[in-house]
Design a protein around this ligand. Structure first.
Ligand code: BTN
Length: 275
């Protein structure tokens, strides 16, 4: 059930704000699905061209990174997957995740910068590799999934969930502290406008990648990372590595200096700040 105080968004309201040429070429909005990423993947396997956007008001089996579930109360979040068919090297697959996190970062920053009620500089940042944080709490996550044949892409799905209009109490019990855009802005968020902005930023970043402009995308992402320069612990699923976060390599790996002074590269994992 969608709470009565939330305005459902529609493909028409989204299309009215969308200024893209590829992303959103076709839009599907579902009241309830298993996972939008799964629907996008099925469409891709059936030959759907890139640009398809699948949105849901509710997911029954929403998935997060590292095999986790993604919890989102129905009707108040942005739950979206975009089907893409990249032409750049599959070795650069991580750049899709970077592009999606930057698209949400830019859109969130714009929301806060344009909010007249809020004084001061908004604290919007990316936690390596791709969690979007506002005031240190998670508001959005990204799950990019790809399929390849031999050395080429079949397709990629960039999936993201944004906590738009909800009371953070509805997210109690999550492993890491979470919040929502409406709670931090102290005002409801127009999901159609927000999603239209995210999709156009994503398209622009995707076009940069398709034309080989990885350097500027990497530099913008690295500058938005709150992780660099801090003492952190990274759990890569096997072990926890503690150290100083030094930099991100061109392939997206986080480089730490561990306590014995050695540089350690981590390609995937969860970062926690050290006190
Ligand atoms: C994470 O932070 O762990 C990533 C969460 C990604 C959630 C989104 S919601 C839309 C899309 N469909 C899914 O099943 N997952 C992604």
């Amino acid at each position: 059930m969608i709470p009565s105080h939330i305005t459902p968004y529609t493909p028409a309201s989204l299309r009215a704000s969308l200024r893209t040429i590829l992303v959103g070429r076709r839009i599907e909005l579902h009241p309830q699905v298993g996972s939008t990423n799964d629907l996008a993947r099925e469409a891709a396997r059936q030959g759907e061209p890139e640009g398809l956007v699948i949105i849901a008001e509710e997911q029954l089996t929403g998935r997060g990174r590292l095999g986790r579930t993604w919890v989102a109360p129905p009707g108040c979040c942005v739950l979206c997957s975009v089907l893409l068919r990249p032409r750049f090297s599959p070795q650069q697959a991580f750049y899709l995740t970077i592009a999606a996190s930057l698209a949400i970062y830019r859109s969130t920053l714009a929301l806060f910068t344009n909010a007249p009620s809020l004084a001061g500089k908004p604290s919007v940042a990316i936690k390596w590799p791709n969690d979007l944080l506002v005031h240190g709490r998670k508001v959005a996550g990204i799950l990019s999934e790809s399929e390849f044949s031999a050395d080429n892409w079949d397709f990629a799905v960039a999936g993201f969930g944004i906590n738009a209009n909800l009371d953070p109490k509805d997210l109690d019990g999550l492993a890491s502290p979470a919040t929502s855009l409406s709670a931090e802005l102290q005002a409801p968020v127009d999901r159609a406008l927000l999603l239209a902005r995210v999709l156009s930023e994503l398209e622009s970043l995707y076009f940069s990648l398709q034309t080989g402009q990885f350097g500027p995308v990497h530099a913008e992402w690295a500058a938005a990372l709150e992780t660099l320069g801090r003492r952190v612990t990274v759990n890569d699923g096997h072990a926890a590595i503690a150290g100083q976060a030094l930099r991100v390599d061109p392939d997206g790996a986080l480089v730490l200096r561990d306590d014995s002074g050695h540089e350690r590269r981590v390609l995937a994992g969860d970062v926690a700040p050290q006190p």
